[in-house]
Design a protein around this ligand. Structure first.
Ligand code: ATP
Ligand code: PAF
Ligand code: BAL
Length: 283
């Protein structure tokens, strides 16, 4: 496994691999890896011949009052995990390598970034699409894998790729959960034992939504109401949003015809967690 913090090295390595006919797969991450990230690497390996992982806690996608400074980092451990998975290349740049001078050019996807998480994290998705566009230009991957846990992020990146003709195929990876149902997230380490128990309410509320859907309920408001009820039954949980949207367009649904995304964001204590249920689409 090659590890580098330099863009020029990545470019040279990828050029060589492409010349020898290899299909390049990219998995962008912010590190502090867990099984969710590793599942993305496994999916990338299935769809490509040379798998690269980027590890970069991207400052421009964090708001001024968010957790950029305290975001968990452990590069040594991440590298061991990636080596075991058979990852070929890790790019772990410094902030200076990625942003050597004042950033005057950004990539922004309009409209669909203004709702769900975007409504509560102004500028967040502009930071994500800008860094992902940079990573796509650095790696020129044939495929890139993103987790369905960040459902809005995948929809936004797919739209960016479509609108700007990036020659890359975006692959969605299913949510990986702890055995008790909590969606894996690097931010789960912020939870104390009491909060960790309370955090189960997110996946529980989505299970209730799934039950309604399986019983034939198609009214989005009925489902949203039920999910809110379950979330509010947990005293440590403060709901930020519960939405029922189309998974690709992120348009609000009133009636569920085929596909739907039930997306939620909650604070458990001071930790903001997201989760979702994708209905009617097999990934
Ligand atoms: N539980 C999960 N299942 C599947 N994919 C995941 C999971 N958690 C994260 N990912 C995906 O891994 C990629 C990198 O995400 P990131 O490094 O932000 O991890 P994270 O655990 O989601 O961290 P955060 O605490 O910021 O939410 C993203 O495409 C994200 O959707
Ligand atoms: C896609 C990403 C690596 C961009 O910084 C980040 O938003 C993440 O980890 O999901
Ligand atoms: N997993 C999305 C990155 C973020 O929360 O900033």
């Amino acid at each position: 496994m090659i590890v580098t913090d330099k863009i020029s090295n990545v470019r040279n390595i990828i050029k060589e691999q492409k010349l020898s006919g290899k299909k390049i797969g990219l998995v962008p991450t912010m590190g502090y890896l867990h099984e969710g990230h590793l599942s993305l690497v496994r999916i990338a390996k299935k769809h490509s011949d040379f798998v690269a992982v980027s590890i970069f806690v991207n400052p421009i996608q964090f708001g001024p009052n968010e957790d950029f400074d305290r975001y968990p980092r452990d590069l040594e451990r991440d590298l061991k995990l990636l080596e075991k998975e058979g990852c070929d290349l890790v790019f772990a740049p410094s902030v200076e390598e990625m942003y050597p001078s004042e950033l005057l050019t950004t990539v922004n996807v309009d409209k669909i970034t203004e709702k769900l998480c975007g409504a509560f994290r102004p500028g967040h998705f502009k930071g994500v699409t800008t860094v992902v566009a940079k990573l796509f230009n650095i790696f020129t991957p044939d495929i890139a894998v993103f987790g369905q846990k960040d459902a809005q992020q995948v929809a936004v990146i797919k739209k960016m790729v479509e609108d700007l003709n990036f020659p890359v195929e975006i692959i969605k990876a299913p949510i990986v959960r702890e055995s008790d149902g909590l969606a894996m997230s690097s931010r789960n380490v912020y939870l104390n034992p009491e909060e960790r128990k309370a955090a189960l309410i997110l996946s529980k509320s989505l299970k209730e939504a799934e039950k309604l859907l399986l019983n034939g309920e198609r009214n989005a408001n009925t489902i949203i109401k039920k999910v809110n009820e379950v979330l509010n039954s947990e005293p440590l949980c403060k709901v930020q949003y519960v939405s029922c949207v189309h998974p690709d367009t992120l348009e609000d649904l009133t009636y569920i015809k085929d596909k739907a995304l039930i997306a939620i964001a909650c604070f458990i204590g001071t930790t903001r967690l997201i989760d979702n249920l994708l209905w009617g689409e097999n990934i």
